[in-house]
Design a binder for this molecule. Structure first.
Ligand code: TZP
Ligand code: MG
Length: 209
């Protein structure tokens, strides 16, 4: 499946009621998000599926592929466009076997070795970070921009930077061959997710020029 990771928006519904959450998701999509991920850590399977269905209805309107975090079963249940698996989730090769060749398979990498292994196991893109400290993900460690650079050179798939990124601190990524940037808070928690997404995308395009 075709996808573009330039502005990869990852959700966090924690502070919002359903209506506010879905409103913010749609605003972010209006702002030019190119790929999005539903990331729910404290939901029952039933709640995760229900929310994924609602988000998928919205993402389809904007032709933006929806990636489901952690859960291959939820992805299949709602026929989302892909799944993102981390080190503690289903092994990549198994996930690929289950989802087939046409769904998007995302992986996390913090070292060149893990990045190469993920590529070989069937990952379609990699998220690398955290570049900056973040309160969104507990227990995450910082990945240096040097490592990010090496990973970009080591694998032929799109590599995205993630972790504490916002339009005013992205200059450290200049000259590194990333395919895009990921953001949770900078978009999700902004006064206007639409304005925030627009600014972040503009900044990435400038950075790459
Ligand atoms: N993986 C590494 S950092 C991170 C994830 C999921 C959280 C990024 O969130 P934010 O709010 O953009 O720092
Ligand atoms: Mg995970």
């Amino acid at each position: 499946m075709e996808f573009n990771t330039e502005l990869y928006f990852i959700t966090d519904s924690t502070p919002y009621d359903r209506e506010e959450f879905l409103f913010r998701v749609e605003e972010a999509l209006k702002g030019g998000v190119t790929l999005m991920q539903l990331r729910e850590k404290n939901r029952t399977t039933r709640e995760y599926i229900e929310l994924a269905e609602a988000v998928h209805e919205i993402s389809k309107k904007y032709n933006v592929p929806l990636i489901i975090d952690d859960r291959v079963d939820v992805m299949l249940a709602v026929d989302a466009e892909g799944v993102h698996v981390g080190a503690e989730d289903m092994p990549l090769a198994l996930a690929r076997k289950i989802i087939g060749p046409n769904k998007i398979l995302g992986a996390t990498a913090k070292t060149v070795e893990v990045a190469k292994a993920a590529y070989e196991a069937g990952a379609d893109y990699l998220g690398v970070g955290a570049i900056y400290p973040t309160t969104t993900k507990v227990k995450t460690i910082i990945t240096s921009t040097e490592t990010l650079d090496k990973i970009c050179q080591a694998v032929p798939i799109p590599v995205n930077a993630i972790g504490g990124l916002n339009p005013s601190n992205m200059d450290v990524l200049k000259g590194i061959d990333i395919a895009g940037v990921c953001a949770v808070s900078a978009i999700m928690k902004a006064d206007s997710p639409m304005v925030a997404a627009t600014e972040m995308k503009k900044k990435f395009v400038e950075l790459r020029a």
